[in-house]
Design a protein around this ligand. Structure first.
Ligand code: ZN
Length: 532
C-alpha cells in the first residue's frame, strides 16, 4: 500500500488517496536523534567569503558575516579581491565567539527543495534522505503529500525545528483526501476535509486532480484559511480541470508540467491519445506525454501569451521539477550517473528498474524515437518556463527524487543545471533556489536570502557555483590541474542551518555507510538492467 501510495503521489490519481486512507506509517524509519553540527554560537564570524545573497545581486567579497545564535547580525565588506584584507575594521571576535575562516569560498542562502518526498519503500530511512539533502545545501523542503502520514511528517518537522535530528526545515502539504473515510465527491466534504487538514497542523495541500466541483471548493477554502497548495494535474482529471482553472481558484503552485499544455490547446480539447492507449500502461503514459507540448499553442502565440499573462497576474508559482523526467530524454545519462554506485540505496536501485507493475519504471522498450520526442518536448516546456521568469514570474526548484533514477540531493543540483539549459542566468537560478522558494512557502521574512535579521541558513563551498553548477554535486566536478592532474573539486563544504554548522562531507560519508551497510546485509551488487 505504501508503495502504491508513493507511486500515486508522483503519477497517480486521486482514487487511491481517497479510498485507501490507511497509510503504513512505519515503513520509513524516522531519523535518529543526534547532534552532528556545531553551534549555534553566541557569536559566529564567517570570514572572507564571496557572497551570493540570493536576491539577484552580483557576487561581492571579501565579506565577513556575523551570526548570533541563529540570526544573521552583520554583513560587512572587508576589502577588495586580489589584495590582503586589512584586519582593522573587521568584525571583532567576542569572548566565546567562533571564527570560521572561509577566505576564497562562496556563501549562499540555504537551498529550498520544493518537491521533496521523504523516502518511501524505495528509501526506507529518513536519515538517508535528510543527510543527502543537507549535504547538498538543502536546508528547507516542502513534503508534497505527507507520504508517510501527516503525523509522521509533523513529528520530523518538529524535531528538525528543534535541531535534535539532522534534517532540513520541513513544510508538510497533505495529499488531498488523505485520511478521509469516504471518497470526497461534494463541495461540503471538500471544505470539511480542508478545515480538518489545517486543524491537524498541515502547512498546505498537495492535489492530484479531482472533479471540478471538489477542486474549486477545496482550493477556495484552503486559500480562505491562508494555507498554500501544490498540484500535480494528473491525466485522469486534466481534461476537465487544468492549471489555469486551479490558479484562478487559488492554487499557489503547480508541480511538474501536466495541465499546462492542456490549458494551451487551440486545435483540440483533449490530448491526442492513440486509440489503444491505456493509462495503466506506463510506457503508454510516458511515451505519449512526450508528444504533449507540441499539441499546445506555439510559443509567443496569442493563446500562449494569454495563459502566461493570466498565471503571472495571479502570482502563480511554477515548480517544474525538470530533472525527474530527464530519463525520458536521456535514459542512459540518468541510469549511469556516477553517484549511483556509492549513494543509491539497493532498494532505490531495484525500484528504478523496468517493471510493468511499478509506476515510473516505464522503459519497456525505450529508445531513440522516445528520447528524441522528449527532447523536443523539453524545448517547448523550457521556452515557457524561461519566458515566465523573464516576465517576472516565480519559478522554483523542486527535485521529486526517489523515482526514475533520480537520487536525493544529487537530483536537486541537476534541477539547477536544467534551469541553466532553460536560459536562466546562474544568479537567477540561485534566486529560484533560495528567495523564490522562501516566497512560495511564505517564509521570506526569515529565509531565502542572506540579509541582516534573517535566519542563518547558509551554503558554503570552496568553488564558484556560478561558473559551474556541477561543483555543487556531492561527488564534485572534474577539473584538470595546472600540472595536468585530474582532480575533483567542490562539493558543498559547510551547510549551516539555524546557526548550526554541519560538515557536508561528513554527512555524505554517513550516507555512504548507510548504503554500504544495506548492501552488505544482502550481498547486493549494483548491476545495469538485464545484465547478469
Ligand atoms: Zn512528487
Amino acid at each position: 500500500m505504501k508503495k502504491l501510495l508513493i507511486l500515486v503521489l508522483l503519477f497517480g490519481t486521486l482514487q487511491f488517496v481517497n479510498t485507501k486512507p490507511s497509510v503504513a506509517q512505519d515503513r520509513v524509519a524516522k531519523a535518529p536523534e543526534q547532534k552532528l553540527g556545531e553551534g549555534p554560537y553566541t557569536q559566529l564570524i564567517i570570514r572572507g567569503v564571496t557572497l551570493i545573497d540570493g536576491t539577484g545581486a552580483p557576487p561581492i567579497g571579501p565579506v565577513d558575516i556575523e551570526v548570533k545564535g541563529n540570526r544573521i547580525t552583520k554583513i560587512q565588506t572587508v576589502g577588495y579581491p586580489g589584495v590582503a584584507i586589512n584586519a582593522e575594521g573587521r568584525p571583532k571576535l567576542e569572548a566565546n565567539g567562533k571564527e570560521l575562516n572561509c577566505e576564497g569560498m562562496y556563501l549562499m542562502p540555504g537551498f529550498v527543495d520544493m518537491h521533496g518526498h521523504i523516502g518511501g519503500s524505495q528509501a526506507p530511512f529518513a536519515e538517508y534522505v535528510f543527510k543527502l539533502w543537507m549535504a547538498h545545501g538543502i536546508t528547507t523542503i516542502r513534503e508534497p503529500s505527507a507520504g508517510n502520514g501527516l503525523d509522521w511528517v509533523l513529528d520530523q518537522k518538529q524535531k528538525s525545528a528543534k535541531n535534535v535530528i539532522v534534517a532540513p526545515r520541513i513544510h508538510a502539504y497533505t495529499a488531498f483526501g488523505m485520511g478521509s473515510k469516504e471518497k470526497i465527491v461534494t463541495a461540503e466534504q471538500a471544505r470539511a476535509w480542508v478545515n480538518e487538514n489545517k486543524a491537524k497542523g498541515a502547512d498546505g495541500i498537495k492535489f492530484f486532480g479531482a472533479s471540478p466541483v471538489v477542486m474549486d471548493a477545496a482550493l477556495r477554502e484552503n486559500k480562505r484559511l491562508g494555507l498554500r497548495s501544490a498540484c500535480h494535474h494528473a491525466q485522469m482529471d486534466v481534461a476537465r480541470w487544468n492549471v489555469v482553472k486551479s490558479a484562478e481558484a487559488g492554487l499557489t503552485s503547480m508541480e511538474h508540467w501536466y495541465g499546462l499544455p492542456e490549458a494551451l490547446f487551440t486545435n483540440q480539447t483533449i490530448q491526442d491519445y492513440p486509440l489503444d492507449y491505456n493509462y495503466q500502461n506506463e510506457q503508454h503514459r510516458f511515451e505519449n506525454a512526450g508528444g504533449l507540448w507540441k499539441q499546445a499553442a506555439a510559443p509567443y502565440s496569442e493563446k500562449w501569451n494569454q495563459v502566461m499573462n493570466q498565471l503571472l497576474k495571479l502570482d502563480f508559482t511554477l515548480d517544474p521539477t525538470f530533472n525527474i523526467y530527464e530519463a525520458s530524454r536521456d535514459l542512459h545519462k540518468a541510469r549511469r550517473a556516477e553517484w549511483h554506485e556509492e549513494y543509491t540505496l539497493p532498494q532505490l536501485w531495484t525500484y528504478f528498474q523496468p517493471n510493468k507493475r511499478a509506476h515510473g519504471s516505464y522503459w519497456f522498450n525505450w529508445g531513440t524515437e522516445q528520447e528524441v520526442e522528449w527532447k523536443k518536448n523539453y524545448q517547448l516546456w523550457m521556452t515557457f518556463v524561461n519566458e515566465y521568469k523573464n516576465r517576472g514570474g516565480r519559478v522554483t526548484t523542486g527535485s521529486d527524487s526517489g523515482f526514475i533514477f533520480q537520487t536525493y540531493g544529487f537530483a536537486y543540483v541537476r534541477e539547477l543545471e536544467l534551469l541553466r539549459e532553460c536560459g536562466f542566468h546562474p544568479l537567477e537560478i540561485i534566486r529560484s533556489a533560495t528567495l523564490y522558494g522562501a516566497q512560495a512557502l511564505g517564509v521570506e521574512q526569515d529565509l531565502g536570502s542572506v540579509e541582516v535579521g534573517k535566519l542563518a541558513d547558509l551554503v558554503i563551498i570552496d568553488q564558484n557555483p556560478l561558473a559551474n553548477l556541477q561543483v555543487l554535486y556531492g561527488t564534485g566536478a572534474v577539473k584538470l590541474s595546472d600540472d595536468n592532474k585530474v582532480e575533483r573539486v567542490g562539493g558543498v563544504k559547510y551547510t549551516v542551518k539555524d546557526g548550526i554548522v554541519y560538515d557536508a562531507k561528513k554527512l555524505l560519508a554517513d550516507v555512504k555507510k548507510i548504503v554500504a551497510d544495506e548492501k552488505a546485509k544482502t550481498g547486493f551488487v549494483l548491476k545495469q538492467p538485464g545484465m547478469e
